[in-house]
Design a protein around this ligand. Sequence first.
Ligand code: F6R
Length: 242
Amino acid sequence: TDVLVVKTPDEAGEWVASRFTATIATRPDAVFGLATGSTPLPIYRALARQAAEQKLDLSRVRGFALDEYVGLPEGHEQSYRTVITNEVVKTVGLNPELVHVPNGAIDGIRTAGERYEEAIVAAGGIDWQILGVGSNGHIGFNEPGSSLASLTRVVKLAEQTRQDNARFFDSIDDVPTHSITQGVGTILRARNLVLLAFGEHKAAAVASAIEGPVTASVPASAIQLHPHVTVLADEAAASQLR
Ligand code: F6R
């Protein structure tokens, strides 16, 4: 696991975006695993800027979101379909038809995970998977206790995660109880992983992910099993590393 300590989130965003543009330059239909939340936003901004500067054609770039809430009405402003459309597809300028999000609708939820796995396989797998980390060590919405071999499936959100994400909703009661997420095993199949973390509230999770034992109790520790991982953390998030 390579660890880069950055001064600012924007520095991390520029570094990751430059790897992505290099990939797209040689393979215009490269496949990216997309995270939501606050952490990856600097990547999407930097990618838009660098792609414009390099006059890079993004029209064939493909994407797969990590996760989605279960049961939000279609078009809900906090559904990750909406968030991915607004913060990634529009910001970066991607073709919306090539960007997939797990289907969190109750109707069909029992087979949605399997269908998502099939779509990822049909795309030839994910080239670069972007990851944030939860303060409790989750990646995607794989909460502590998730099998390290898990695939895309419906999971119950940890209370900590619902509290952390309550900032996006009117009240914690409005935060969904379940989500559909790429599994830890799905994430490990991506050819390259980048995990970003900013702020002191991520320091314990970052230290356990990189230096702790590989354990389902800290799903982010599974990145130690992957041969091509870069962790980008600011000084606060890296402060508990030895
Ligand atoms: C988002 C996701 C989550 C977040 C994590 C950190 O798609 O899968 O694992 O990456 O909860 O969230 P932020 O970046 O908002 O601190």
